[in-house]
Design a binder for this molecule. Structure first.
Ligand code: BG6
Length: 507
């Protein structure tokens, strides 16, 4: 999985970014490409062509992107002249994606680049566009008949991939009729996060964890992906989505796969993806009539968030005044296989929650206390492994220690590995990793068609049940809380509670 960075660079690449004038390119893609270039990881020969409806000269387009670098790049200082050099590789193509004639210049741009570089380039089409445009754009690209070998042409598709199982199947069918599966890169940006990739290192590069990573020792697993922002002006998109589609179907299920998968025999793309598909296939399908027992939804009201008065979701721009769309979801999953039999996986996600955090907690079962006097075990806590994906980026293992003194009194303590304190080199952004992978032709951290479809299958009963039975209590949580009370009840009825990191993250 880890790229051989010292010895390998991507081949000569021509990268077309559809939606080039949009937000994602300005905030994420161009800053990521620019950082790769500063780190010396871009190909020797490359061209980046942004496409869009807006009229831009190349210079105007570059200045628009530069504003994104200033505001959103992880690097606050860039080597002198680096932007000037990098931006020479960027140009702009105005197009109407529904007009086949608009695509013609693409062919010439490719042949011109290849002629001037004197090399056959890899061509990547990155679709940073609204999902409904994907079929049209990919068909028009296909119709260009670029005559590129499979391994030289790739299509990167942003999420959401489909709206439900049926639409995802249709989109997969359309794409795989025109392109080989190995050419289709479905993005889930969580998979590009270093701390997410580190789960594989933690589990499979250490002899310590694997023997106890199962239902004999683990009581339950929790995944929290909470945000302190609302829908941030994306009400129109969010109305079609909701928390279950926006976060659970993709990011959270992918995190679950990393935690629950069997050990791979290699880091080959298909091997890793097969192991993840096994997890998704083993997820218990919730019966429609049981959805209420397994899933909880919420929507935020108006209220105060970090000292700012915020509107209710239903008052956001582009949102229906009676919207039934959930901005919070919590689900209890089971992975029905030998390793995980009977171990609940509680997951929750939501907008305008108390803290921004992505946290995976492995809660171990209680060990026997009988050797200790009752007072020693008053503060007894079972072992717990907490993996903070963001923003803290650390892993902590809680265990019991003897308090200093003449009595055998116990206290839970933590062993902490912090990314920031241990490694001093800056972490790449998820999009840097994923774009580099796309340029290297490595799809390991992208989703395969079957994974996307099974993930839809898993959440479809919840989507259906919620659609059929509109909520009668929305809005049901205030900004700055941990979501609706029902979410507490979901886990409390099993005798457990949601776990958060202590305030300073150090407890
Ligand atoms: C996106 C969702 O995929 O992930 C957003 O569409 C969400 O609604 C975002 O805010 C969260 O990503 P991150 O990396 O900030 O946790």
């Amino acid at each position: 999985m880890q790229k051989e960075l010292d010895t390998k660079k991507p081949n000569a690449t021509i990268l077309f970014i559809f939606g080039g004038s949009g937000d994602l390119n300005q905030r994420k893609l161009t800053p990521a490409l620019f950082n790769l270039s500063i780190d010396g990881l871009m190909p020797e020969k490359f061209a980046i062509i942004g496409t869009g409806r807006t009229d831009y000269s190349n210079d105007k387009f570059r200045s628009h992107l530069y504003k994104g670098i200033e505001e959103f790049s992880r690097r606050k200082e860039n080597p002198p002249g680096s932007w000037e050099d990098f931006s020479q590789h960027i140009s702009y193509l105005r197009m109407d994606v529904d007009q086949p004639a608009s695509y013609e210049p693409i062919k010439k741009m490719i042949t011109d680049c290849e002629a001037s570089w004197d090399v056959k380039a890899d061509v990547i089409f990155y679709l940073a566009v609204a999902p409904q445009l994907v079929p049209e754009i990919t068909t028009n690209i296909h119709n260009l008949k670029l005559h590129k070998p499979k391994d030289k042409l790739r299509i990167v598709v942003e999420k959401p991939f489909g709206h439900d199982l049926k639409s995802a199947q249709e989109l997969n069918k359309l794409l795989t009729n025109m392109y080989d599966e190995c050419q289709i890169y479905r993005i889930d940006h969580y998979l590009g996060k270093d701390t997410v990739q580190n789960i594989l290192a933690l589990r499979f590069a250490n002899a310590l964890f694997e023997p106890i990573w199962n239902s004999n020792y683990i009581d339950h697993v929790q995944i929290t992906a909470s945000e302190t922002v609302g829908v941030e002006g994306r009400g129109g998109y969010y109305e079609q989505s909701g928390a279950l589609r926006d976060m659970v179907q993709n990011h959270i299920l992918q995190l679950m796969c990393m935690v629950a998968m069997e050990a791979p025999v290699s880091f080959e793309a298909d091997e890793i993806r097969n192991k993840k598909s096994d997890v998704l296939n083993a997820l218990r399908k919730i019966k429609k009539e049981d959805v209420q027992k397994y899933a909880v939804r919420g929507q935020y009201s108006a209220g105060w968030m970090q000292g700012v008065e915020e509107k209710a979701y239903r008052e956001e721009k582009g949102v229906n005044a009676n919207s039934a769309v959930e901005t919070f979801a919590a689900v209890k999953f089971y992975v029905d296989n030998w390793r995980w039999q009977g171990v609940p996986f509680y997951v929750r996600t939501g907008k305008f929650l108390k803290e921004k955090t992505t946290l995976i907690t492995i809660q171990f079962k209680e060990g026997p206390k009988y050797a200790f006097p009752p007072e020693a075990s008053e503060t007894w806590r079972s072992n717990r492994l907490t993996i903070s994906i963001q923003p803290e980026m650390d892993i902590r293992l809680r265990f019991q220690a003897k308090r200093p003194g003449q009595t055998m009194s116990l206290n839970p303590v933590n062993m902490v590995f912090s990314y920031h304190d241990t490694f001093h080199e800056p972490q790449p952004e998820a999009y840097e990793t994923l774009l580099l992978d796309a340029m290297m032709g490595n799809p390991t951290q992208y989703m395969r068609s079957d994974q996307v479809e099974i993930a839809w299958k898993v959440i479809e009963p919840i989507l259906d049940a919620w659609e059929k039975r509109p909520p009668d209590n929305f809005p049901n949580y205030a900004p700055g809380s941990w979501g609706p009370e029902d979410a507490e009840a979901l886990i409390a009825k099993d005798g457990r509670t949601w776990i958060t990191l202590p305030p300073n993250g150090k407890g």
